[in-house]
Design a protein around this ligand. Structure first.
Ligand code: IMP
Length: 191
């Protein structure tokens, strides 16, 4: 069976393909000749994942899944949330995103936050949603060089290091995306 993952991020693709049964072949957007961007215009993670998955199913006719992730900070009422990628004003600029967040939290003692991933799967004319949450806190300064995005300032609960100080195997086991992917894979492998 062929299933599209609406991404061109090779790390995400590899993470899924490695734990999926061999009977399911995961294709990237490039693999199906999709080069257009789908604008993430919805106000929720689920809404944006749905937009991306529906675009592929409707335009290319494939069963498909798409993900969207946000960092939700308790004292900021869930911000940056769905706007995590462009919180600092420039899409994908992690330094600006982290600086803005550290400034916003400068005088705050409650640093609780969670990463949340929503995966929407279009399969056999039905739609399914899988969620993964990783709870933790925002550090006072950056720590570690690995990972991406907000990793240097996020410390998951029960661990003494930031995400940026973990290797990808350690992080995938406990991360929001890892948990959502495990739920998706469990569903697909049970078909
Ligand atoms: P996306 O939906 O996976 O593209 O994630 C949206 C934004 O959330 C990214 O641009 C990053 O800023 C942030 N983000 C998502 N996942 C992670 C993660 O595992 N660590 C740190 N930041 C992340």
């Amino acid at each position: 069976m062929k299933l599209v993952f609406a991404t061109n991020n090779l790390n995400k693709l590899k993470e899924v393909q490695e734990i999926l049964s061999d009977s399911i072949e995961v294709l990237s957007l490039k693999d199906i000749g999709c080069f257009e961007d789908v604008e993430e215009t919805e106000a929720t993670l689920e809404g944006n994942a749905k937009l991306k998955a529906n675009h592929i199913t409707e335009k290319y006719g494939y069963d498909c899944f798409a993900d969207d992730t946000g960092l939700e900070v308790v004292v900021l009422n869930g911000e940056p949330g769905v706007y995590s990628a462009r919180y600092g004003g420039e899409h994908g600029n992690s330094e600006k995103n982290m600086s803005k967040l550290l400034n916003e939290l400068d005088d705050k003692t409650d640093r609780k936050a969670q990463f949340r991933t929503a995966i929407v799967l279009n399969f056999d004319h039905q739609q399914y949603v899988f969620e993964g949450i990783c709870k933790g806190e925002i550090l006072r300064e950056k720590s570690g060089n690995g990972g991406f995005g907000y990793d240097p300032i996020f410390k998951p609960s029960g661990f003494s290091t930031s995400f940026a100080e973990m290797n990808s195997e350690e992080k995938n086991k406990i991360s929001h995306r890892g948990i959502a992917i495990q739920k998706l894979v469990q569903f697909l492998n049970s078909l």
